[in-house]
Design a protein around this ligand. Structure first.
Ligand code: NAI
Ligand code: MG
Length: 361
């Protein structure tokens, strides 16, 4: 192990800096308890970078990110920058970053602690045992395929996008899904539309061949995307790892995101073999920014995914168990409050989790 990991922090806008500070607090607690050590460098990204540097993702920040062991990002954007267009938008900076890191696999785990089952829009018995991981291809498919175009006028106007995948692109993301399945419950469900789309037939053939050649110990199932959407709502507990392309993954990961009842719980990782990018699924939540109301769990659990990616599984588990413990003790930020729960601010929840971590490493 390196004597410390170099972590670039991009707190960003809105609640980004508030939740990012709590993830750093928890990581520092890991170090104090004898776990891994970190050197943090902080940079502007998103709206705050537009204001200060005239660019949502300046080149020197990109270079720092690419040279780091991991990047932790809060969230970017907000009403102040909504009028901007094209590469000056805060989100453009994020796309640039993902591209620079070659982050082709987006991982979004969803699990619902038993003590939060009542927050789910689904009934308690449907939610029991939900623990799924969506692996979405992030740098190909219809969002990037050429040709793209629009021509003509009036009744003759038409437009088109191209859903394009190479076998190589499919194989490398499928490999990520199979590897995670091995560390989890050993089941991959590959989602496509192979009854209609040629690109899906290549997807299915490629995933099947890789499975036979290298991952026969993992169970592989295939689902059409329309059925997958239904199953995620009807019987979400059946899934372990869901593997899918960019467009289907965008839709299905947001469908799964609703299962837990709050965006403030959901972490993500974007990986490509180089530096990984770890960020909560939620945005900058301008409606609650600066009020200490944001739930820091999504960001703290993103830091746990970072620890996993760095090979620090013990520390990652310690962080996750600490977060569970604090929730089980009844402490909640505003998004998860019930009449019985004990209210905690963003930093109070972060402090409690950091305290727990110290006993668990
Ligand atoms: P949002 O995720 O910021 O907020 C949606 C709702 O969820 C809001 O009511 C918010 O208060 C609540 N919420 C979100 N995170 C929370 C947390 N940690 N704790 C408690 N409540 C939380 O999405 P919205 O409102 O659509 O977008 C706001 C801004 O964020 C926009 O500028 C958007 O472009 C940007 N955005 C950025 C993303 C990123 O940086 N990756 C992703 C999504 C949106
Ligand atoms: Mg989406």
């Amino acid at each position: 192990m390196a004597d410390h990991y170099r972590i670039v922090l991009l707190p960003g806008d809105g609640i980004g800096p508030e939740v990012c500070a709590e993830a750093v607090r928890v990581l520092k607690a890991c170090t104090e308890a004898g776990g891994p050590a970190f050197a943090f460098t902080e940079h502007n990204a998103g709206g705050v970078a537009i204001d200060r540097d005239g660019d949502p993702m300046p080149d020197d920040t990109l270079a720092e990110c690419a040279g780091a062991d991991a990047v932790l990002l809060g969230a970017v954007g907000g009403p102040k920058w909504d009028e901007l267009t094209g590469p000056m938008r805060p989100e453009s900076g994020l796309l640039k970053l993902r591209k620079a890191l070659g982050a082709f696999a987006n991982l979004r785990p969803v699990s619902i602690p038993a003590c939060l089952a009542d927050h789910s829009p689904l009934k308690r018995d449907r939610i029991a045992g939900v623990d799924l991981l969506t692996v979405r291809e992030l740098t190909g498919g219809i969002y990037f395929g050429q040709p793209v175009g629009r021509e003509g006028e009036g009744d003759d106007e038409r437009a088109w996008n191209t859903m394009l995948y190479s076998a190589d692109e499919i194989r490398r993301v499928a490999r990520v899904a199979f590897e995670w399945a091995r560390k989890r419950r050993g089941v991959v469900t590959s989602v496509d539309k192979a009854n209609v789309l040629e690109v899906s037939r290549l997807w299915r053939d490629t995933v099947r061949a890789l499975h036979e050649a290298e991952y026969a110990d993992v169970e592989l199932n295939h689902l059409y995307v329309d059925n997958a959407a239904m199953q995620i709502v009807l019987r979400p507990a059946q899934f372990d790892v869901i593997l899918t392309g960019n467009l289907f993954g965008d839709i299905l990961s947001d469908t799964s995101a609703t299962l837990g009842g709050s965006l403030g719980l959901l972490p993500s990782a974007s990986l490509g073999g180089g530096t990984g990018l770890f960020e909560p699924v939620h945005g900058s939540a301008p409606d609650i920014a600066g009020e200490g109301k944001a739930n820091p769990l999504a960001m703290i659990l993103s830091a746990a995914m970072m620890l996993d990616d760095l090979g620090e599984a013990n520390a990652a588990d310690a962080v996750r168990r600490s977060a569970d413990r604090v929730l089980e003790a009844g402490y909640r930020t505003a998004d998860l409050r019930t009449p019985e729960s004990k209210s905690a601010s963003t930093s109070e929840l972060g402090r409690m989790i950091a305290e727990e971590v110290k006993d668990r490493i």
